[in-house]
Design a protein around this ligand. Sequence first.
Ligand SMILES: NC(=O)c1ccc[n+]([C@@H]2O[C@H](COP(=O)([O-])OP(=O)(O)OC[C@H]3O[C@@H](n4cnc5c(N)ncnc54)[C@H](OP(=O)(O)O)[C@@H]3O)[C@@H](O)[C@H]2O)c1
Length: 306
Amino acid sequence: MDELIKIGNTDVTSKKIGLGTNKVGGHNLFKNLKDEDGYAVVKEAIDSGITTLDTAYMYGVGRSEEIIGDVIQNYDRSKLVIATKAAQDPDNDLKNNNDPEFLKKAVDEALKRLKTDYIDIFYIHFPDESTPKNEAVAALNELKQAGKIRAIGVSNFSLAQIKEANKDGLVDIVEDNYSLLHRNAEKELFPYLRKNNISFVPYFPLASGLLTGKYSAADAKKFSQYTPAQFDQVLAAIDQVRKLAKKYDATVAQVILAWYMKNPDISIVIPGARKPAQVEQNVKALNVDLGNTDYHAIDEAFSDFE
Ligand SMILES: NC(=O)c1ccc[n+]([C@@H]2O[C@H](COP(=O)([O-])OP(=O)(O)OC[C@H]3O[C@@H](n4cnc5c(N)ncnc54)[C@H](OP(=O)(O)O)[C@@H]3O)[C@@H](O)[C@H]2O)c1
């Protein structure tokens, strides 16, 4: 499972698993985070063979990028794939801004925080209301030509917005909410991306921890997006994975991550982590060689979730 995948039409390649870093320095998003854990998480990821790190300005308004920038100074930059995102305007209450000049400035500032001279994947984090999407992407293409970024991405764009952004065929990668519990991207988005050779990175692959199997019926209140009946259904599907996990001598999270890695519509799975031990565990999903029958059984177990 150590194969490399290619991002869109670029020469950026990545292993199928990376690290999500919204809990690295993301103090504005999560309570009780410690910077020291963030440093340890990133270090553990790279030491255990992860080369792709997914961050964003919004994770700690620059702090996540700074921590990653510090850690990567001790490693061979050419072996790493750094993905970051911007859109939130610090001079306008963090409202989304896709103006070409804003995006160019945001990339320059991200480069400073990351202490590097190029970004492998740069995503527009969220669409704004006024900038034509293809004009925003054209600005990123200028940055690509200048060698500041290597791949052009968009995130949280609707399919119509992705189509507008990709009018000139310049979008390499899309990041969006997708998991075994949130599957509507399969209907229209995946076929469009496949046809246009655009890579896909799902966020919330572990449904913020729910798909690790660590929660039980007693935790239903923590997941208010589900009715009690739906939550029981989620737990029942996870129980089916738990049975399979025994067979692979693996954890539920490892089998779920292996499922994404076997799915041809997904290019990189980027589970987040609060502690280094979670990363150490998750990266071992690369060793789970999920058989076709088990892949389809998991697909089926979660087929009711949209
Ligand atoms: N583009 C976007 O707009 C966007 C939006 C959201 C996320 N993202 C990116 O996608 C990445 C993934 O999303 P996510 O991190 O929010 O959610 P996730 O990957 O679904 O869940 C990660 C969380 O699950 C728990 N966890 C992970 N491994 C575990 C293990 N082995 N055992 C037990 N618990 C474990 C940890 O939280 P606890 O320990 O706290 O339970 C961890 O923070 C983010 O880090 C970020 O880089 C992007």
